[in-house]
Design a protein around this ligand. Structure first.
Ligand SMILES: *Cc1c(COP(=O)(O)O)cnc(C)c1O
Length: 374
């Protein structure tokens, strides 16, 4: 290997770069907002909400403090009662299940399929008399199989709440993630595909009544007149973050295009490596349009590979720190999920974000090929 490769370091995600890339424009936006004293629920938030709703083709987008709060508020607003069951994959951030619990419900964790997304057959099999919700998670920027999930939900009168935290711009049969269910929830955590300089999220819906309730829930239960209509919390999308997101949104389509390009490069360079299972490449089929929030592979001798890549300056991550939700013993969940268990002995996320250069991908793939001696 050349010395240039040896000295290259490729972090899994470059947080500083989020700011550095657009420093001048971001500083101008921040200065403008702060000088106006426009801190809470001002025009910048409204403008971003309208823009997001327009992009998604939905009637309402409501900025909230983060996606976890957004999901929790959706379950409350949809009238989740104590003991109601919500079906969701165990391969997701603990936040998805925590939202159900925080709202008083019972998360029912199920298997994922070969593409690591919720298995629609497992959804149908998990339905009981107490099931009221299904929460597909559009993991890694790929939209779940919303045709089959939608059929199960319709047959059993379940409400669909989409965890679209990783999937802004992802499509299934040309329909955007987050627009299939009663509501969809997005995250603007800095490392997400559209990232803020801190926490942020949004709830989107076509339902006027639900939108009104979310607006109440995020702001102490208060309506536009200041009248308190219900017990609510405080989970507003910060006006400054909304202004930042509005600026970052200018580059969203280009970011998706670049992510798909990088995923294509990984696929071309790694498809023949025995010992790896890769995610479906971009344009693998006419149904999915994936935005590659993450590039999540399965690897034989995963931990050794990870250590080898670390020694070559390549940062990788295990999803959720290496455990699916049902594997966190302290949560006391009893689900038996052998497919997910096996995936979690093999799963690994390679760096994929818009700060990556083409030759970064070459270097990562070169190191992986070297490890497997091919
Ligand atoms: C990031 C993420 C969340 C939580 O989003 P926050 O905005 O950090 O609360 C929930 N679900 C999934 C799948 C995520 O990736």
């Amino acid at each position: 290997m050349t010395s240039a490769q040896a000295s290259r370091t490729i972090p899994f995600f470059n947080y500083r770069e989020v700011f550095a890339r657009h420093e001048e424009q971001l500083v101008a936006v921040i200065r403008d907002v702060v000088r106006r004293g426009a801190f809470i629920m001002q025009q910048d938030l409204e403008r971003f909400e309208v823009r997001l709703a327009t992009y998604l083709g939905v009637r309402h987008a409501i900025g909230v403090g983060n996606a976890t709060d957004g999901l929790t508020m959706v379950f409350r607003a949809l009238g989740l009662r104590a003991g109601d069951e919500a079906i969701l994959p165990s391969h997701t951030m603990v936040a998805s299940a925590a939202a159900v619990v925080m709202a008083g419900g019972v998360p029912v964790l199920i298997e994922c399929g070969a593409d690591h997304l919720v298995d629609p057959v497992a959804v149908a099999a998990a339905i009981t008399r107490r099931t009221r919700f299904v929460m597909p998670v559009h993991l890694n920027g790929r939209t779940a199989a919303m045709d089959a999930i939608g059929e199960s939900a319709a047959r059993h009168r379940l409400q669909i709440v989409e965890d679209a935290a990783q999937a802004l711009g992802s499509r299934f049969h040309n329909r955007l993630a987050g627009t299939f269910g009663r509501a969809g929830v997005f995250s603007f955590y800095p490392a997400k595909i559209l990232g803020a300089l801190g926490d942020g999220g949004a709830v989107v819906t076509d339902d006027d009544d639900l939108a009104r309730l979310i607006r109440l829930h995020r702001d102490h239960g208060r309506n536009a007149d200041g009248e308190v209509e219900l017990w609510g919390g405080n989970s507003r999308l910060d006006n400054l973050q909304a202004a930042v997101l509005d600026l970052q949104f200018d580059g969203h389509d280009a970011a998706i295009a670049r992510r798909r390009e990088l995923a294509g490069q990984y696929h071309r360079q790694l498809a023949d490596v025995r010992g790896l299972v890769l995610p479906p490449p971009p344009d693998a089929d006419a149904v999915h349009y994936d935005v590659f929030q993450n590039y999540e592979i399965e690897a034989e001798r995963r931990d050794e590979l990870r250590e080898f890549l670390r020694s070559r300056g390549v940062g990788t991550m295990l999803p959720w720190g290496g455990k699916a939700i049902h594997q966190f013993a302290s949560l006391g969940l009893s689900a038996k999920l052998p497919v997910t268990d096996r995936i979690f002995t093999r799963v690994l996320m390679l760096p994929l974000n818009t700060t990556l250069a083409d030759d970064d991908v070459d270097a990562v793939c070169g190191a992986i090929r070297e490890f497997y001696a091919c």
